[in-house]
Design a protein around this ligand. Structure first.
Ligand SMILES: *Cc1c(COP(=O)(O)O)cnc(C)c1O
Length: 342
C-alpha cells in the first residue's frame, strides 16, 4: 500500500533551525492545521510534543479534539468551539457573533486585520471587541494578526508590522484602563519569522518551515538549512512487458515508442496527487522515472519494475510543474494514505 514517510530527524532539524533563529524555543508555536499540512495530524503532533512544543494552531475544533492531550494551548483558527470542549481549546475571534456563541471563562484569541484584508476585526474596533469579551467573562489569551506579506519584497511587510505594533500599544493601554491581564501577541508565520532579525512578539506561528519549505519568492538564507519532511511512496500493483506501439491508460494517451517493461503503482489523483494529463512538463519520480499520462484515480504507470517508487521527496518539483506551491501539493494528500514516522 502507498505510504507517506515522515522523517523525524529532518523535522527535528527544521525545528532546531527555526528555534535557534528565534532565539527562544518557547516562542515557537506549531501550525498543524489541515492534517498538519498533509503530513498527518497525529504523527506531527506527537513529534511536536516530544520536541517540547506547548502551543499549536489547528484549522477547526475537530482537529483540536484529536490533540487535546498533547498541548497546553490549542487555538482553533476557524469555526466555533463547543461549550463542552476541553479548556485548552481556544477560539479565534473574527466577529461579534464569534463572541456571543461562547460560554463564560473560555480563553479566546482576538484576530486583528493589519492589511491583508482577509479576516480579523478592524483595528478601530479593538476597544469595542475587548469590552465585549470582558463583558462576556471570556479570557483574552491572545491578540494576533496574520502578516500576509512575508514573501513580499516591497514595504508591505513592514507596514503590517507597524500597524501591529500600534495595535499592541493600544492593547497595553486598554489592559491598564480596563484592568485585564496582558494577552500574548503574535503576527508572524514562517517566512515573516525567518526574515525578521529580532522577534518582538511572544510567539511565532510556524507552519511550512517546520515541514521543510519556505515561499521561494524571497530568498531567505536560512531556507537552505530546512529539509522536506514528507516523502510519498507508491507500491507496485503489477508489471507488464509491453511492445512498441502499445497504448497505456485512458484514451491511450501514452503510446510506447519501444518495447518496455511498465509497472503500475497504487497512487492516483484520488490520493491527492494532481492528475497528470500530458499537457504539462513531465512529472518524474524521485528515481527519475517519468509518470506516464494520463494518470488514473487510484494508480499511475511508469517504466521499470521496482517494487516501490518514490513519487516525491520534495514537493517543489511537482508544485512548479502545476504552477502552485508546496502547501497545495502537501495539503492535497489524502488522509487515507498511511503515514509512518521514520
Ligand atoms: C497557515 C497559517 C500560518 C502558518 O503559515 P506558514 O506560512 O505555513 O508558516 C500562520 N498563521 C495563520 C493564521 C495561518 O492561517
Amino acid at each position: 500500500m502507498s505510504e507517506i514517510l515522515i522523517n523525524s530527524t529532518k523535522f527535528k532539524n527544521n525545528l532546531d533551525v527555526i528555534a535557534q533563529h528565534i532565539g527562544d524555543k518557547n516562542k515557537l508555536a506549531l501550525v498543524i492545521k489541515d492534517n498538519a499540512y498533509g503530513h498527518g495530524l497525529q504523527e506531527i503532533a506527537t513529534l511536536g510534543c516530544a520536541y517540547g512544543i506547548k502551543n499549536v494552531f489547528v484549522k477547526n475544533e475537530a482537529e483540536a479534539l484529536k490533540v487535546i492531550h498533547l498541548f497546553e494551548h490549542i487555538t482553533v483558527l476557524y469555526g466555533q468551539v463547543c461549550s463542552t470542549s476541553p479548556r485548552n481549546i481556544h477560539a479565534s475571534i473574527n466577529s461579534m457573533e464569534g463572541i456571543q456563541l461562547l460560554e463564560p471563562s473560555r480563553c479566546v484569541e482576538l484576530k486583528v486585520n493589519t492589511g491583508m484584508n482577509r479576516n480579523g476585526i478592524p483595528r478601530e474596533k479593538l476597544q469595542e471587541f475587548i469590552e465585549k469579551i470582558l463583558l462576556r467573562k471570556l479570557t483574552l489569551l491572545g491578540v494576533f494578526t496574520h502578516n500576509g506579506y512575508g514573501d513580499t519584497t516591497d514595504e508591505s511587510f513592514q507596514d503590517a508590522q507597524k500597524i501591529f505594533s500600534e495595535v499592541k500599544e493600544e492593547v497595553i493601554y486598554l489592559s491598564k484602563k480596563l484592568s485585564f491581564k496582558l494577552p500574548r501577541f503574535h503576527s508572524l508565520s514562517s517566512s515573516g519569522a525567518l526574515r525578521s532579525e529580532k522577534i518582538e512578539d511572544d510567539l511565532v506561528r510556524i507552519g511550512i518551515a517546520a515541514y521543510g519549505y519556505l515561499g521561494n519568492i524571497f530568498d531567505i538564507p536560512l531556507s537552505k538549512k530546512l529539509s522536506p519532511v514528507a516523502s510519498l511512496w507508491a507500491d507496485k500493483i503489477c508489471e507488464q512487458s509491453l511492445k512498441k506501439g502499445t497504448k497505456i491508460g485512458y484514451g491511450g494517451k501514452t503510446l510506447l515508442q519501444k518495447d518496455m517493461i511498465i509497472s503500475t503503482y497504487d497512487v492516483g489523483y484520488g490520493d491527492g496527487l494532481f492528475r497528470i494529463n500530458g499537457n504539462k512538463a513531465p512529472v518524474k519520480t524521485a528515481e527519475g522515472y517519468t509518470i506516464l499520462p494520463v494518470t488514473s484515480m487510484d494508480c499511475f504507470s511508469c517504466e521499470g519494475s521496482n517494487q516501490r517508487v518514490c513519487v516525491f521527496d520534495d514537493a517543489r518539483s511537482i508544485a512548479q510543474i502545476f504552477d502552485t506551491i508546496p502547501y497545495e501539493v502537501l495539503t492535497n494528500l489524502s488522509p487515507f494514505i498511511k503515514r509512518s514516522v521514520i
